[in-house]
Design a protein around this ligand. Structure first.
Ligand code: FES
Ligand SMILES: [Fe+2]
Length: 383
């Protein structure tokens, strides 16, 4: 983080903490429950957010060498992303041009070609159709026109974004705006994926994102875990178009920085930075590492989603001692969210489906939730 930003954060966060408060919205935010349970709303979200918006789908490190590929399924569509010999990335619909089968089943791997299991049509890593068995059966096809259907893909700041509709233009820098430099600061392009996991959850995808957007619950739900290390207040929010981030003070913030001249304060050292990348990404900077989460709807049921979690280490973990340390980081991360946050979110989803109430309320102190849900509302209204 640059010195000017750190100084501003330091002044404002110390003032908030001294006043025993956090940055507030002007008023509470009324959030309709229907947005989490209504199939019609889920379809509108799919058509706009999960088809026509760039989505984080991988870390660059997972596709480091030519021939490395990853498949990703997003709410009823499947794509395969492949590192090319020239270092660029290409993405394709994971759909055979013969009769339409899924071509690549593996989640990741290295391959020069992809062979469809049904009738063994073979595609190159560049998507071109390379081989058709019993070719005399297809005298009329133009092979050059029968490659895998390309999808827009882009790579920035160590992350890979996919735009899941063929033919759309992907201008990632314009999409990210000022969020781009925020992500660049995290140095993810130098990092290695220590672990990746994908798991289904019985909740609307937005509840996964909601989990990370307020500190209000830390001293109550997380008394034995992160609540011991991070303040439940003192957060500072910044909005960048549809994206936002907030800076959360660690418990060490006040004791370490209170008596230090502003220009000498290492604010970042005593903070956690939570970047929300529209529509469904959470990128958390934790001083010595970054973790990022995405959630996508899983089928037509608004009560289900697929969660993906990556833990990045600054360098590839090779020694056993390092592995033990990073395993511990993973356990803390997975444990806190899995054992404490997501059980709450599952009951919220159940409560939403019960018809008990038609709205919930986000307090003035839950500004991150206001920003997230307002950005969704605005995007859907503009579509
Ligand atoms: S559907 Fe793929 S080869 Fe026939
Ligand atoms: Fe939490």
């Amino acid at each position: 983080m640059d010195a000017t930003t750190q100084r501003r954060w330091g002044d404002q966060m110390l003032a908030l903490l001294a006043a025993n408060t956090t940055q507030m919205a002007d008023r509470e935010y009324v959030q309709p429950v229907a947005d989490y349970v209504d199939p019609g709303h889920a379809r509108r979200e799919r058509d706009l957010l999960f088809r026509r918006t760039p989505l984080i789908v991988a870390a660059s490190d997972e596709l480091a060498r030519p021939g490395e590929f990853r498949t990703v399924d997003i709410d009823g569509m499947s794509a395969v992303i492949v590192r090319q010999d020239d270092g660029s990335l290409r993405a394709f619909h994971n759909v055979c041009r013969h009769r339409g089968c899924r071509v690549v089943d593996a989640e990741c791997g290295t391959a020069r070609t992809f062979t469809c299991k049904f009738h063994s049509w073979v595609y190159g890593g560049d998507g071109t159709l390379r081989h058709v068995p019993m070719a005399e059966g297809f005298p009329g096809i133009d092979r050059a026109q029968r490659g895998l259907v390309p999808l827009p893909v882009a790579e920035r700041h160590g992350l890979v974004w996919l735009l899941p509709t063929a033919g759309l233009e992907l201008d990632l820098d314009a999409f990210l705006g000022p969020m781009g430099p925020c992500l660049a600061q995290l140095k993810m392009e130098d990092a290695a994926v220590f672990r990746f996991e994908r798991f289904p959850e019985k909740m609307n995808w937005k509840l996964v994102v909601d989990t990370f957007l307020e500190l209000y619950h830390l001293p109550y739900l997380h008394t034995k875990t992160v609540g011991r290390f991070i303040e439940g207040k003192g957060a500072l929010h910044e909005q960048f178009g549809p994206h936002s981030r907030f800076i959360a003070p660690r418990k060490s913030f006040v004791p370490a920085l209170r008596d230090i001249p502003p220009e000498q304060r290492d604010v970042a050292e005593h903070s956690v930075v939570i970047n929300r990348v529209f529509p469904n990404g959470i990128v958390i900077w934790q001083r010595d590492h970054v973790e990022f989460w995405t959630a996508v709807p899983d089928g037509d049921d608004p009560n289900r989603c697929m969660v993906r979690l990556w833990l990045l280490s600054p360098e590839k973990v090779v020694s056993e001692a390092e592995r033990v340390r990073w395993d511990k980081n993973w356990e803390i991360l997975r444990g806190t969210v899995q054992v404490e946050d997501f059980p709450m979110a599952r009951t919220i989803q159940q409560g939403f489906s019960s018809g008990a109430q038609d709205h919930v309320i986000f307090g003035r102190n839950e500004l991150g939730l206001h920003e997230f849900h307002r950005s969704l509302k605005e995007a859907l209204a503009a579509a």
